[in-house]
Design a protein. Structure first.
Length: 525
């Protein structure tokens, strides 16, 4: 049961009965402070203004028609016309009992939709770094929630597996194999291999020419180049999967839908946009001019979809990607977990998608942007030397710090047990430090706060969860009794009841959050 939706419906009925136009928003929200109740109905003032009546007087009419029997213990008018609603202990107790008897904790399934979730998206031939962490963690949390709510979710790991850089990588891989035979590389070697390839490309013209030829061959479907390209992708994804497994992220190799998937669509996309009069030639390139976006001179901004040399751009790929996800995957919604710096790029691509009729308006394209991860100095999180932090190194450090913490608290534990617990604590700490922050804002990555056993941290919650289980095993009957009890004559029972009442209310707030996750959409097109 979604209590917020239930109260919203009740207030909407009362608004209509009090004389509001049908469909007037009740605007029921969770109260920010306990003295204002559990929920507030904020829609009264807007309706009263439209009706030209006193907001408090109209709020009283709404209250006179509001039927919350068995749900609320108290309602009141506050300020200029807010309605505060206090849930009854009896109602919460019954809800908690029903939840305990239900393996889904009373979370209802929703009408199934096909939802494509684009998240993580590392690059081939490069190690995952700290910049991939938020997309991976936030995206996976939302995906799991949507599946729990009954939706069909398609995970789309849009890896960077295409581009001109693969020409130089293939050329260098060929050189190494000719000199040393079959090559077996880890991704850490591949990073050095990438730098070496770039150096050769910049300094050796013969190598650069060979690399450019391989780009053309790869794009033309050459079998040898395709085999070498696949080897680079495989090496990368083996290492990336280790990171996913450590973080208990549900992505697998089967979820990879890289940029290369859409190559065959790109010429057709450009031709179709030209035929529809959306793309025009400008200085040899194919450009879509968007009146919705202006340059510094106030002119329509041009979005290049094909360069003068015939090459395609990320925008072209993203247009094809959205089209594919609607036409081939049957998406009702497409969620993109990409940092906020890519917002304009996505909005421009989706504007073209809509104008071309590739994805209808009823299918939402949603940019779930997120802020940056910062160091204690307030700058982007870096190594001490100023370099990018590799994700594997960050997870290693989390485990090392967790082991030291566990050793200080439980030195008698066996080494194997310490390692197991440290892994659980470390990965939870990293993930919860991200998920506990507001998605759209930057946050400071602080090891000490993250691994603290006090405050809003994963270690504290794990500790509390463990203690709760120990307590409930010893006194299960007492726990169930006071969980279902709303009032009690003794001081001790009253204390338990108050704590239980708070727990029940937190459960209801959690329930609302679960349902909110399925419908929230920011920066959508």
């Amino acid at each position: 049961m979604n209590i917020q939706a239930l109260i919203n419906d009740k207030v909407s009925e009362a608004l209509t009965a009090a004389g509001a136009p049908a469909g007037s928003p009740a605007a029921v929200r969770q109260s920010a402070k306990p003295q204002f109740g559990d929920y507030q109905a904020n829609g009264v003032m807007g309706v009263a203004k439209r009706l030209g009546t006193n907001p408090r007087e109209f709020a009283q009419k709404v209250l006179d028609n509001l039927d919350l029997d068995g749900i609320a213990s108290k309602t009141e008018i506050a300020g200029p016309g807010f309605i505060n609603i206090f849930l009854s202990e009896e109602f919460l107790a019954k809800s908690a009992q029903a939840a305990l008897a239900d393996e889904r904790l009373s979370v209802a399934t929703e009408e199934q939709k096909t939802i494509v979730a684009d998240y993580s998206a590392p690059n081939v031939a490069k190690e995952m770094h700290v910049g991939h962490l938020r997309s991976t963690i936030i995206g996976d949390a939302v995906v799991r929630t949507l599946e729990f709510l009954g939706h069909k979710v398609v995970r789309a790991n849009h890896i960077g597996d295409w581009g001109t850089q693969f020409g130089m990588l293939i050329a260098n891989l060929e050189r190494v194999q000719q000199e040393a035979g079959e090559v077996s590389m880890e991704l850490s070697d591949l990073e050095a291999f990438y730098r070496e390839s770039k150096k050769l490309y910049d300094e050796d013209e013969a190598f650069a020419e060979r690399a450019r030829n391989y780009v053309v061959k790869l794009q033309g479907g050459d079998e040898y180049c395709a085999e070498m390209w696949k080897k680079l992708v495989d090496i990368t994804m083996v290492q990336n999967q280790r990171n996913y497994d450590r973080l208990n992220v549900s992505l697998s190799r089967e979820d990879v839908m890289g940029e290369s998937m859409y190559n065959d669509m790109l010429p057709g996309i450009v031709a179709d946009l030209k035929e529809k009069g959306l793309a025009v030639e400008d200085d040899g390139a194919q450009v879509v001019f968007l009146e919705e976006y202006k340059n510094k001179d106030g002119e329509a901004m041009g979005v290049i979809i094909q360069k003068r040399d015939g090459g395609f751009l990320y925008t072209t790929t993203d247009i094809a990607c959205a089209k594919y996800r609607y036409e081939q995957l049957g998406a009702d919604r497409v969620l993109y977990f990409i940092d906020s710096r890519q917002h304009q790029h996505l909005m421009q691509a989706w504007t073209i998608v809509r104008k071309a009729g590739y994805v209808p308006e009823e299918v939402s394209l949603e940019h779930h942007a997120f802020g940056m991860m910062l160091g204690k100095d307030g700058r982007p999180f870096k190594t001490r030397a100023g370099g990018t932090v590799r994700l594997a190194d960050l997870l290693d450090e989390a485990e090392e710090r967790a082991i030291k913490l566990i050793e200080s608290k439980n030195p008698e534990l066996a080494s194997e047990e310490k390692t197991k617990i440290a892994n659980t604590v470390a990965m939870a700490a990293v993930k919860y430090a991200d998920l506990s922050k507001h998605r759209t804002t930057d946050y400071v990555f602080d090891w000490d706060n993250m691994l603290a056993f006090e405050g809003n941290t994963a270690p504290y919650m794990q500790y509390a969860y463990t203690v709760w289980h120990l307590y409930s095993r010893k006194q299960a009957s007492l726990w169930m009794s006071y969980l279902a009890t709303s009032r009690s004559p003794t001081t001790k029972r009253k204390h338990l009841s108050r704590n239980c009442f708070s727990l029940k209310k937190r459960y209801k707030r959690w329930l609302a959050k679960v349902n909110h996750t399925s419908c929230v959409a920011t920066c959508s097109s």
